[in-house]
Design a protein around this ligand. Sequence first.
Ligand code: ADE
Ligand code: ZN
Length: 334
Amino acid sequence: MSDAITVPKAELHCHIEGAAPPTLVKRLAEKRGVDVSAVLNGNGKYIWSDFTTFLKAYDVASSVFRTPADYALLAETYFRMLAAEGAIYGEVFISPDHAQAAGLSYRSYVEGLAAGIERAKTDTAIEGRMIAIGVRHFGSASVERVVKEVVGNPHPLVTGFGLAGDERSGHPANFAKAFRMATEAGLGTTAHAGEFGGPDSVTAALEFLRVKRLGHGVRAIEDKDLVKRLVDEEIVLEVCPGSNIALGVYTHLRFHPVNMLRKEGVKITLNSDDPPFFGTTLGKEYSSVTETFGWSFDDQMDVTRTAIEAAFCDEPTRTRLLVRLESARQVPTG
Ligand code: ADE
Ligand code: ZN
């Protein structure tokens, strides 16, 4: 178990609104007079029963964040928590659509979040970046509006663009233009695929969006040729085992393909997705996968290395993070 504490960690896939602690959501809801009782129970747990109701609960929880200061507090809280679990780097998905629905401009949203990330960094040395996402089930016009906003208002900590939301709605071809614009602007790109969609959904994301990283991607395991393609093209999977189990994609971690994909040579990383919704944290993801599949200290170090190598950050930052990662090898683990 000491390994799980000492291995430096890095996260590439966490939705900032989905990381909101229930206590914070409740406090802000009371302050703003928002009724969140349909999505938050008396024991401080989010209420949802499937992917559709999860997305609804996520929308309601997001609606209590209304000012840059609210978002600063959310980001600071999350990054401090990550650092406390041994993380040295985190990327969070940010959703300009959710901010807009709460009455906040893109710039205010990003400035608030950036202030929180910087505050956490000052105290803990954790590095953070943001990936702006379009919501797939809001349609291509909405996703293109997000990318235009991001490209028109560059921020040094917004380094990526992604597609989240309901994978069962809308073909990736509809979002090809948005991804082309993001890529041409120099943003890293990633898309959710292979979570609720099967291998065809993964292939379409690769073909039409030209991404080198995939959110989840795990259902690629159902197609041997696709697994080979992921290996050959060095596609990095942002794997979120706890999320997949909570949402019923797999029944138990033992049956989750994360270890099999890794053994086949696919580049995988570990991530928490929407941690309090799914009863997880980044630290828990590392420790549960380590225990279930008998991973060593070096296996975990490899996973963090993969994440840092695939991170949407500048090269000097990547080099510093790799040095910090390697320095953990000198620390006795027992
Ligand atoms: N938005 C927040 N969490 C998500 C998930 N697991 N899949 C797709 N969209 C999401
Ligand atoms: Zn996700």
